[in-house]
Write a new protein. Structure first.
Length: 531
């Protein structure tokens, strides 16, 4: 409520109570001024002609009761205004700004990360509501579904989108140090690497620990135990250990946290309280590879660094160190982007760096864009190669036959990492594709992506399965349309819960964790040259 509205409301209430107050004044012998001005409206209120009128005790009590009720309403209004903070950020009253926020050149990375997180959540939803058949490749058989088609199937694919996460992380971590190195600012590069290395571990694990804190409480209350697998579902709901007391439950959670955030622990192991967090140790270890790589080669030329980086990427690819491969791949994409920009500036090109990169291919903008679009779609196609059954899937038989024998883990670690790196490279070098990822919705998903990744498993495995059964029971399951309709209703409710809790987790935990890491580094780490 604005100050003018509050003033008007106060004036009206005063106008209503004024005759009663004047009667009280007359009763005690107050014969002061006969006119009063109310606020700025200059409304004149005449004093009653009958000066001997008295006010009863009941009327006085009524006036006091009305005043107390007004105070209670004002206090309630203040509390309601405070509760607005619990609404999702996009529903809160926005503050007017002088000019729209200008997006950075790499803002599309946030949008791509947000969409990848969205598809990971869809993947985990599909596992608890549908059979594994929808994750197989398209064979053209009568039992195939449209969701199994190439590219479309990325909407419910988990590992390909996680690989895109890792490429984006490698790009983001190395972009600033690489830019400083190309300007021969080694000292500032070392400072940037020191800051990133100091903040990386708490940046990853502090949000995970606090956002997942409701999970042991939910386990103690039996919310996981009561969730049973749906008939024909690909997986059963996750069931964290349930202990006798809440204290022992949190002790168990603390031990699980120590195991998850172990600096030197094993990677790729599902976590008891949220099995999607198996990726965090890989993120941590691969980040150290990026920091060590940049530090070790900080005195090398840019060309030498890129050649060695290609060698490290090839080694990681052949020996199935796929996390390190994806992070180094993101580093190489960022380094290539900076190299293209330097060449464009050095040769005095009037065009943008992206135009300069494609100028030798064709003078026609249409042909250049078509080539970039074809590369983008090809990357999506290869990235959608099924993890199992690729040799029987239409469009992937040739690719499956090219996989070396020692890749016995399947195509997911041979073709998929290369496709994820290629996808990021294509978007980075095709500005006409970037508005897809800089739109408001993908940008919002990018902001809440980490929190959404952390909270969705708790919601799905405690309420998602039960809600799916309830909705399917309401719509029926005799036909596929009925079953999908019930799951659709359940998905709407689950998504509302996931987005809302992710928004809260982003604003109250994730953003504050980032600020805390920056504050701790400034407080604990001396600047170069200080004693």
């Amino acid at each position: 409520m604005s100050s003018q509205q509050r003033s008007l409301q106060l004036s009206r209430s005063t106008y209503t109570m004024l005759p009663m107050i004047e009667q009280l004044q007359l009763q005690i012998g107050d014969s002061s001024a006969g006119y009063h001005l109310i606020g700025s409206d200059e409304v004149q209120i005449e004093k009653p002609e009958e000066s001997g009128t008295s006010v009863s005790d009941a009327e006085i009590d009524d006036i006091e009761r009305q005043m107390r009720q007004g105070e209670k309403k004002a206090a309630l209004a203040r509390w309601l205004r405070k509760l607005i903070v619990l609404l999702p950020s996009f529903l809160q009253p926005s503050q007017p700004s002088a000019e729209p926020r200008k997006l950075q050149r790499t803002a599309w990375l946030d949008g791509l990360r947000g969409l990848a997180a969205l598809f990971v959540v869809w993947h985990h939803m599909s596992l608890i509501w549908f059979s594994w058949d929808i994750h197989n490749g398209w064979t053209g058989g009568p039992n195939d579904h449209l969701i199994q088609l190439p590219i479309i199937r990325l909407v419910v694919s988990g590992l390909p989108n996680v690989m895109v996460f890792f490429v984006i992380s490698g790009y983001s971590l190395s972009c600033k140090p690489l830019s400083l190195l190309r300007q021969n600012r080694q000292l500032e590069t070392h400072q940037a690497l020191a800051s990133s290395a100091f903040r990386r571990h708490p940046r990853l694990f502090i949000p995970a620990i606090f956002i997942c804190l409701p999970s042991p409480i939910m386990a103690y209350m039996g919310l996981y135990e009561s969730a049973e697998a749906m008939p024909g579902a690909a997986i059963a709901p996750m069931k964290p250990p349930r202990l006798d007391t809440l204290w022992h439950q949190f002790v168990n959670y603390g031990r699980a946290v120590m195991s998850l955030s172990d600096l030197f622990g094993a990677t790729g192991i599902a976590w008891a309280y949220s099995d999607a967090l198996w990726t965090l140790p890989i993120e941590w270890n691969s980040s150290l590879v990026i920091f060590g790589f940049l530090l070790a080669l900080s005195r090398c030329s840019s060309r030498t660094r890129m050649v060695i980086g290609l060698g490290v990427a090839g080694y990681s690819w052949w020996y199935i160190h796929w996390g390190e491969l994806l992070f180094i791949g993101g580093l190489l994409v960022a380094d290539a982007q900076l190299s293209f920009q330097e060449r464009a500036v050095h040769e005095g090109q009037q065009q943008s760096p992206s135009t300069w990169r494609w100028r030798r291919l064709s003078r026609s903008r249409i042909i250049r864009n078509l080539c970039a679009l074809a590369a983008f779609l090809a990357s999506l196609f290869v990235l959608s190669m099924p993890e199992t059954g690729g040799a029987d899937s239409i469009g992937f038989k040739t690719l499956a036959a090219m996989i070396p024998q020692h890749f016995n883990v399947g195509p997911k670690y041979f073709w998929l990492p290369l496709a994820a790196i290629s996808l990021v490279f294509c978007i980075d070098n095709a500005p006409f594709l970037q508005p897809i990822f800089t739109a408001r919705f993908p940008q919002y998903l990018g902001r809440i992506s980490y929190a959404m990744y952390l909270v969705h498993q708790m919601i799905l495995h405690s309420f998602g399965t039960k809600l799916g059964k309830t909705m399917v029971g309401f719509t029926g399951s005799e036909t596929g349309v009925q079953y999908v309709s019930g799951i659709f209703l359940a998905a709407i409710v689950v998504w509302i819960g996931v987005i809302w809790t992710a928004d809260l987790g982003w604003r109250f935990v994730d953003a504050n964790a980032v600020s805390f890491c920056v504050w701790a580094y400034r407080k604990l780490c001396q600047r170069v040259g200080e004693i």
